[in-house]
Write a new protein. Structure first.
Lengths: 254, 130
């Protein structure tokens, strides 16, 4: 037993692939069996990840969730900034420049508006709860954009792990809400044609949320929403630690 | 070869992060400014050019697509190492921020979708298409 734990610790990253693979499999089973695929498997997996981080934090009293348990240290490498950013950059692949042009004015406006409104709501809520420094406001605002923009903004600006975790929680909640809620709000907001789907993707931004939510509404809308949504996280990562942080810095006075 | 795609992706990643660091220095912000965003733009522009000139074989493409497919699992690993205990102690801030941003943005969809004229709804799905 001791020998096995030692081997698993030595091969931390490889063991992490197994652990995350099992989490993904369980999540997709739960998604299929309990929610008939309505709550996307990726959302379930992220929720399980956060629960594991919570358990790890309770067990060790550390600040790095499950990665603080020596056996699961590889999770820290797999989900660390280096591989995470590489994977995020790779998702931009396949975005066709011609299709970007087709998205037109509505797509551009929805992206800019979606990012600014989310950051504004998140930053205001952060300030209301006493996080009045520009770094924390930008990070929680980023979380209100997506669960990627929050940690990327927070890491770039040097926010505390607690604030980064808050931003992930806010972004995750948004993704889950979009996934579950899209079919219900679709008739109310005229979400029944490619153009409104593009506007929806740009405003909501959470790729997994939009892809899952639109699939549950009308699968023909998925590529249009996903196309603008894939830009959102990149633009958010670009604007969060730069333009929006500087704006917040000007407002808060440092 | 698959490694060409991975190498192109990694080069874009590094170039973007270096650009972001430089911009941070120029702006006097002690942080990386939008490095990941620049890397994404670099990847979009460079792979589009490579594809148009026929220099991106399918195998090289797979080197990028592999990491794209690893995105959600890596995000799950990222979630598993967050300081959730501290976040929960922070109170309802995450709930209000998440719900608030969602509602505010949903409300804007009909406004933005009207830009440049409203589109007709898609025809109803045929039974066999569902």
């Amino acid at each position: 037993m001791e020998m096995i734990t030692e081997i698993l610790s030595k091969n931390g990253l490889v063991f992490a692939f197994v652990v995350v693979g099992v989490v993904m499999w369980v999540s997709y089973q739960l998604s299929d069996r309990l929610s008939a695929g309505r709550l996307h498997g990726s959302a379930v997996a992220i929720i399980i990840g956060l629960v594991l981080a919570w358990l790890g934090g309770l067990a060790t009293g550390g600040s790095k969730g499950l990665a603080d348990v020596p056996l699961f240290a590889g999770i820290g490498l797999m989900g660390g900034a280096m591989l995470r950013d590489l994977a995020i950059v790779s998702t931009a692949y396949g975005v066709d420049i011609r299709e970007i042009r087709k998205a037109g004015a509505a797509g551009v406006v929805s992206l800019a508006l979606g990012i600014f409104v989310s950051f504004a709501v998140g930053a205001l809520v952060a300030a209301a709860f006493g996080y009045t420094d520009a770094v924390s406001m930008a990070t929680i605002g980023g979380g209100a954009a997506t669960y990627i923009v929050g940690p990327v903004t927070g890491t770039a600006l040097g926010a505390s792990s607690e604030v980064i975790a808050l931003s992930v929680a806010a972004g995750l909640l948004k993704a889950v809400l979009v996934m579950i809620g899209t079919p219900f709000v679709a008739p109310l907001i005229g979400l029944n044609n490619p153009k409104s789907a593009m506007a929806y993707g740009g405003l909501m931004g959470t790729t997994s949320g939009v892809a899952g939510g639109l699939a549950a509404t009308d699968k023909r809308l998925v590529p249009y929403g996903a196309m603008t949504a894939t830009f959102y996280t990149g633009l958010g990562c670009l604007m969060g630690p730069s333009v929006i942080y500087l704006m917040l810095l000007a407002v808060t006075g440092g | 070869m698959i490694i060409y795609g991975v190498a192109a992706l990694a080069a874009c990643h590094l170039a973007g992060v270096i650009l972001g660091d430089l911009l941070g220095v120029i702006l006097g912000v002690q942080s990386n400014v939008g490095g990941v965003g620049f890397a994404m733009l670099l990847l979009i522009v460079s792979t589009d050019w490579l594809r148009r000139t026929g220099r991106l074989p399918q195998l090289s493409e797979q080197g990028i697509l592999f990491w794209s497919a690893m995105y959600i699992p890596i995000v799950v690993a990222m979630a598993a190492q967050q300081n959730v205990v501290a976040a929960l102690a922070g109170g309802p801030i995450a709930i209000i921020a998440g719900v608030g941003a969602t509602i505010a943005c949903v409300a804007l969809v009909p406004v933005v979708a009207r830009i440049g004229g409203q589109d007709a709804p898609l025809p109803p799905l045929m039974a066999q298409e569902v």
